[in-house]
Design a protein around this ligand. Structure first.
Ligand SMILES: C[S@@+](CC[C@H](N)C(=O)[O-])C[C@H]1O[C@@H](n2cnc3c(N)ncnc32)[C@H](O)[C@@H]1O
Length: 532
């Protein structure tokens, strides 16, 4: 190990002068600590708590950005931080008081992951410890901070490495090891990994993977006129194979092959970068170019309706307030557009979103349906989420129904059905800094039955010849291919032609798996099934 104290002698942190030697705790650090404490003690969501605290304390601009970096960064890096703290203190972090653990995580994050000067990180952390933990624990915090500050991040990670590949990746990229394994399996593809859990599927559907279903390849290449084939892109900003900000360029197309270790690193690293806020310009109400002009944003890479914001609170935008646009990741837009673009013969008037809350996809589908004289019904089981759907779609002709999608029935069948299934959400970890530590691998078993039943219900509700999109914001094979493999009375349609032609790395089909490190979107999975 090398001594890193000297590296930190000259601070590049503009806050150094203001906060470095003082015994007070500045607003951003105090707010970051409160976010960590709310997450630890109240199971709060950081992305809900932080904006409230910033607003309440009147913190904006650079201080708000610093508070965000500290709170989100510390939550994401918790796994690596806890390993360092345990090693430096000789005590498991779970054995420490919650306040001591969170103060130390915040302090060690500054030491190892930011350009804050070491003495500024140490002084402010000890001051914070005095305030929230008391004088004695502050001495312990001081000692741990000093010990950690002797070495660089790389040195700590080298010291803590075990030589076991998945465990070391989990340590370096700060993910639970089971998630690293599930991502490795998903990148390798269903045929390589078989059952994602390594155990036989209990679905009763025989061997897992999509091979069970007949694959219907649409040879006409038909795409309805309303599909945005001419995907607009800001050429100066992104070439088709450019890496999204913060992501690592994938090494070739690895679909259907053994996952490259480098690609697994890139997939995990992408979860440690905050994504830009993306908007969806509602078709027929505003176009993306106009929305980009009004919001000072830029056009999305793939969806003709996507606009990316550089900064600012989307809630302040007139187009959001008056319902001409909503906040939505481009990946979510693409899967909804794929359902709308799936070829159909015969009637195309009744659309259904079976798991609609909070209503992002219902808003996009509802706007598209209106332009085709179709009508969307949005079903959601949770009452408060059904209210959110009603609010999100209030200016659209959408029927919102509070019901269990597994048992929902109507007198007539539907032509297009979306099952955006409740899932682990592991494809959107970059948006939810604490989520990776909340989820347990056993959650997947609980979700499997619900996902299977919702897909079966969708196939009951769709008319023969109609289409169902089974979608998750998770790449985990147990929630994607294994669920699709349980479908009966339906054929898989090749979903790839329903996505923009420029989208790289779509693999061999028939399903589509998006990834943050490949496409800059959430890791959305999409299977399109046609009822026989
Ligand atoms: C992944 S979210 C859907 C996101 C939504 N499509 C959007 O774009 O905003 C899954 C939703 O399914 C709902 N859900 C869970 N179980 C359900 C059930 N049995 N029937 C209907 N909805 C259900 C959850 O409450 C949650 O709102």
């Amino acid at each position: 190990m090398t001594d890193r104290r000297h590296d930190r002698g000259a601070s590049r942190d503009p806050r150094h002068g203001r906060h470095g030697r003082s015994a007070t705790v500045d607003n951003p650090r105090r707010i970051a600590y409160e976010v960590l404490a709310a997450v630890s003690t109240q199971d709060a969501y950081a992305n809900l708590v932080l904006p409230k605290l910033l607003r309440h304390r009147g913190v904006s601009g650079r201080d708000a950005a610093f508070a965000t970096e500290l709170s989100y960064g510390t939550l994401r890096r918790r796994g690596s931080l806890d390993a360092v703290i345990a090693s430096a203190s000789g005590r498991a972090v779970s054995a420490l008081d919650q306040s001591v653990a969170d103060v130390l995580r915040l302090g060690v994050y500054q030491l190892l992951y930011t350009r804050v000067a070491a003495h500024a990180a140490a002084n402010t952390t000890v001051s914070l410890a005095r305030k929230v933990c008391g004088h004695r624990p502050a001495g312990f915090v001081n000692a741990v901070m000093r010990k950690v500050s002797r070495y660089s991040l790389e040195d700590w990670l080298d010291k803590l490495s075990t030589g076991e590949e998945l465990a070391d990746l989990a340590l370096r990229q700060s993910h639970p090891e089971w998630i690293v394994r599930r991502f490795a399996e998903a990148l390798a593809g269903p045929s390589e990994s078989g059952s994602a859990s390594g155990e036989p599927s209990d679905s009763g559907a025989g061997p897992t993977g999509p091979a069970e279903l007949r694959v219907e390849v649409d040879e006409t290449g038909f795409l309805p006129e309303t599909y945005p084939t001419a995907v607009r892109r800001d050429e100066s900003r992104a070439a088709a194979t450019d890496s999204p900000a913060g992501a690592v360029e994938p090494h070739g197309d690895t679909d259907g092959a053994e996952a490259e270790p480098d690609e697994l690193v890139a997939a995990l690293a992408a979860d440690n970068v905050s994504p830009a806020v993306q908007l969806c310009a509602r078709p027929g109400l505003i176009d993306a170019t106009e929305l980009a002009r009004q919001t000072d944003g830029s056009l999305g890479r793939w969806s003709a309706y996507a606009v990316e914001l550089d900064s600012g609170d989307p809630g302040d935008l007139a187009a959001i307030r008056d319902g001409r646009a909503h906040v939505q990741d481009e990946g979510s837009q693409l899967v909804a557009l794929a359902l709308a673009a799936a070829p159909l013969t015969g009637r195309d008037e009744r659309w259904l979103d079976l798991c609609a809350g909070p209503g992002g996809k219902a808003a996009l589908l509802g706007s598209l349906a209106a332009r085709r004289d179709a009508k969307l019904t949005a079903v959601e089981v949770a009452e408060h989420r059904a209210r959110l759907v009603a609010e999100t779609t209030k200016d659209l002709d959408v029927d919102v129904v509070t019901a269990d999608g597994r048992t929902y029935t109507t007198s007539d069948s539907f032509d297009r059905v979306l099952v955006d299934a409740p899932c682990s959400g592991l494809g959107a970890l970059r948006r939810r800094p604490e989520a990776r530590w909340r989820r347990a691998e056993s959650d997947l078993d609980g979700l499997r039955e619900l996902q299977t039943e919702l897909l079966a219900s969708a196939l009951r509700l769709v008319r023969p010849g109609g289409v169902v999109a089974y979608v998750t914001c998770s790449p985990v094979i147990a929630e994607t291919h294994e669920i699709v493999a349980t479908a009966t009375g339906a054929s898989l349609v090749d979903a790839r032609p329903l996505f923009p032609a420029e989208l790289p790395h779509l693999g061999d089909g028939p399903t589509v798996q998006l990834w943050p490190h490949r496409h800059g979107t959430d890791a959305m999975f999409c299977a399109i099934l046609r009822r026989d």
